[in-house]
Design a protein around this ligand. Structure first.
Ligand SMILES: C[S@@+](CC[C@H](N)C(=O)[O-])C[C@H]1O[C@@H](n2cnc3c(N)ncnc32)[C@H](O)[C@@H]1O
Length: 269
């Protein structure tokens, strides 16, 4: 449990993941019926991009901080940039969801690290129907009953610090998917070796997934010892997510000095 997201908050991978998160949440709000949002690895909720952890790695400087003043792009990008406008309070995934959800939508944010959990609880306190849970996100996912709302988004965003974490993550996803096959899932993963990432995506599909979109983003400049490629799989992506993400990435990639690949692993529009 060494991973602290404060060192990585707002980096290129967070930008892409949080754009997809905003896009799916905005889609879910188009219907009046309430939805559930479950964040299996939530982090502490809010990050100071000028604080000591962020300044040490400078990852936000290569990510969200490069997007200042960007004025063109799809509506999803504007929503994200507005949420991220204060670099002293960059919102992590649970806070993005808390700010975008309606009072009747339900948010459950799971975090295992005691200090991160305490901060997360404080961060979510002002929001209705937003609960922080101190637990193992994988165990919770594996035992997850279908949300009573019968519609919703599950974000699975682990640190991938354990040796078998790809396998653990795929197994927990498969258990959750068996119970809630109509849910939308966003799974983030680092791409350190192409074969490992491909195998992980194969395991996700093997759970019986019929529709999945994969988005990979690669930084053009490689820095020794730093992650330069990250992926995201959207299972049951809402109609239009591919176009929304293409529009967002067209706007942000030149600033991030990065390239992207978007492809359907199963199904399509
Ligand atoms: C990548 S960070 C999450 C970032 C967050 N989703 C966001 O986008 O702002 C991963 C988090 O998972 C937590 N974590 C690690 N193992 C966990 C587990 N088994 N269950 C729940 N949380 C875990 C870490 O403490 C860390 O805060």
């Amino acid at each position: 449990m060494n991973y602290r997201h404060g060192f990585h908050a707002g980096n290129f991978a967070d930008v892409v993941k949080h754009l997809a998160l905003v896009a799916v949440l905005e889609y879910l709000k188009r219907k009046t019926a309430p939805f559930a949002y479950i964040d299996s690895h939530a982090g502490c909720g809010v990050y100071d991009l000028f604080g000591s952890a962020a300044v040490r790695t400078k990852e936000a400087e290569g990510g969200i901080l490069r997007l200042a003043g960007l004025t063109y792009g799809p509506a999803v990008l504007s929503v994200y940039l507005e949420l991220a406008a204060d670099g002293h309070a960059y919102p992590g995934s649970p806070l993005i969801a808390a700010k975008l959800k309606r009072p009747e939508d339900r948010l459950v944010a799971i975090e295992r690290h005691p200090e991160e959990f305490a901060a997360l609880g404080a961060c979510l306190k002002p929001y209705r129907k937003a609960r922080a849970v101190e637990a193992d996100g994988y165990a919770r996912l594996a035992a997850m009953p279908p949300p009573p709302e019968r519609r919703g988004l599950i974000l699975i965003d682990p640190p991938f610090e354990d040796e078998n974490e790809f396998e653990t993550c795929a197994c927990a996803f498969a258990s959750a998917f068996r119970r809630f096959a109509t849910g939308i899932y966003l799974l983030w993963f680092p791409v350190k070796a192409a074969a490992e990432a491909d195998r992980f995506c194969g395991e996700i599909l093997a759970a019986g997934v019929r529709k999945a979109l994969r988005i990979d983003v690669t930084l053009k400049a490689v820095v020794e010892g730093k992650l330069d490629m990250a992926g995201l799989v959207a299972v049951n992506p809402p109609y239009g997510l591919e176009a929304e993400m293409r529009g967002c990435l067209d706007a942000v990639l030149p600033r991030l000095d990065a390239a992207a690949s978007i492809k359907w692993l199963a199904g399509g529009e």
